[in-house]
Ligand binder design. Sequence first.
Ligand SMILES: Nc1ncnc2c1ncn2[C@@H]1O[C@H](COP(=O)(O)OP(=O)(O)O)[C@@H](O)[C@H]1O
Ligand SMILES: [Mg+2]
Length: 699
Amino acid sequence: VPDCVACGQQNPDGARFCLSCGRPLTASAPAVREERRVVTVIFVDMVEFTSRAERLDPEDVRAILRPYHDRVKAEIESFGGVVEKFIGDAVMGVFGAPTAYGDDPERAVRAALSVRTAVAEMNQRDASLALRLRIGVNTGEAVVTMGARPELGEAMVTGDVVNTAARLQQSAPVDAIVAGAETYICTRDVIRYERGEDIAAKGKSAPLAAWKAVDVGTTTPDADGEALVGRAGELDVLRGVWQRVAETATPNLVTVIAPPGLGKSRLATEFVREVRDSGARVVRGRSFPYRESSAYGAFTLHVKQLAGIFESDSVEVARAKLVTTVERIGAVDGDTVAQHLCILLGLEVEETIADRESLFFSVRCFIEAVAADQPVVLVFEDLHWADSSLLDLVELLSSRLRDIRVMLLALSRPELLDQRPGWGGGLPAFTALPLQPLDDAEARALVERRLAPANGAAGAEIAQRLVDLAEGNPLFIEQLAAVTAERASSIPGELPTTIRGIITARLDALPAPERAVLLDAAVVGKVFWLGALQRVSEEPDRLPDLLGALERRDLVHRETVSAFEGDRQFAFKHVMIRDVAYDMLTRVQRRERHAEMARFIEDATSEVGEAASQLARHWIEAGEPARAVAPLMAAAEHAGRGWAKQRAVDLYQEALSLAEDDDTKREIRRRLGVVYQASFHAMDVQLQRGADQADATSG
Ligand SMILES: Nc1ncnc2c1ncn2[C@@H]1O[C@H](COP(=O)(O)OP(=O)(O)O)[C@@H](O)[C@H]1O
Ligand SMILES: [Mg+2]
């Protein structure tokens, strides 16, 4: 009997829609209904519209509001945001939920900037509108109801981040976009800001820092000036392929695959610089997760670069440039090719192409002509976001181009392989180049370059901690180092929002059942067991398969040993992924799951040795500290027997702080006394030994 995820209504088997609320019932209903997530909230409100509306006829008010609302909504959605609600003339949008893309604060600010431009355009077209705005943007943690339907007035996001965004909006100067501190920190590399005046907010201890977003900055995030660290092997692979392409005139599709931040773009930049210096023509195009103007996005950017077309060119100029280029390079059947490319670029809106085969044929003729007397590299960045038509085009070019020197260099996250499991299969010349994390020495070199001149031993220790935390991801190293440098060289207690966003996006890209397994596993810890997951899973039978899939994605790996006999033991590949997954669970969900884990350990172990302190941890997190006392005492006993006296003392003291009845407390104190005595004895022994040694050397 499927329960509705939205309203909880029980429905008959086979029902496809909920009886009560009409929501579609899917087989893979998400197990988690609420999540804690970092979101960016944008508030857009009109200035003094209420007083103006008073003097207008309701129909006129609606005639103004409708197109305005539609436009603001369209802008927000085109950047991947969701409109949560309209409150009178105010619009609230959310980025980072229900799906994160890894750069959600940036999208929100970009959306705000383009809302401002769009409304200015509306005013220009109709001077009587005279719409004035204030916009607030703020980033922070919120509770998100997954599957909420904002269009029916169901709230999706709740948390202080929303109130603060509203507060920033209200105090923004007219036609300004005011961002909160966290939004500013996440986006200052890409957006230009001016410091605004602090805002005193009701019920807040400190005034809010505010930043006015001016425009999208011109600095490229690629720190090209700095030398590349490592990657010698990968560069050699690229050079080798390039040499074959150039010598034998066999086109090759190279696909660099790695999660975000590992340095795909940076590697390509390095390689591209080399081949450009050697006389090759290189064009770069990228796909976006939002605002894709055409299905062949990245490739249309290539064509524009090859034909010298700028975004600012008028349609006539662009078309003329394209026609001239096609003529100059002498493409076969030039007229048709030029016409087809015009259609591809959206320069010819009337015409259509009879079939895709002939469009692709024209593309092929064009590229073959371009590459006839100069080797060419076409870079496709972020191919995981590409439309399937672009993927088809890339594969087709790779299989049909002949006798020319062309390299198609695709950069992609592993998600591409979900969409196209057989990517590259069957192609005559295909190279897959997975990027591994930087090794410790390389990561260290990067950390040291990023941190201010290390201050002695403390500096060295901080550097090592950052190396451990970042797990070989250069982007994470940069982010962690930046935060560390700011907080006067102490390690941040929690992950920077930018990193959390990137990892959340990675989790959101997983199929729902796999994602649910990771969230459950996060409660167990960095190490977890199949048996433990079966206790909380909705589909225990599928778990082995799901864990296998996660292992193939390199998110978890199966360990060869297991703390529980006959049970499979797994571990998260990166502790950061565990932490982010855990942070997504609400407190209620965490408590439920911890209690289940505690019961699992109690059932699985008859004699609690090693597992005792874990058991205690789970009871504490489950909100039942009293049940942690006995296992804590057992763990202390265990530690004491192994002469880990200090640990035994700590555990007994923790047990003492949680114990409720006097008998237990008395017993704990008695045992504590025993351990103290033993540890004094241990100290005596050590001192005695030291003295003996001193005697021996002096004698
Ligand atoms: N090998 C490297 N040496 C130095 N900096 C690097 C290296 N790899 C990546 N970076 C830096 O790390 C950041 C993330 O790299 P990027 O190429 O954007 O990752 P991706 O494209 O895989 O998401 C960039 O600022 C980049 O300059
Ligand atoms: Mg990149």
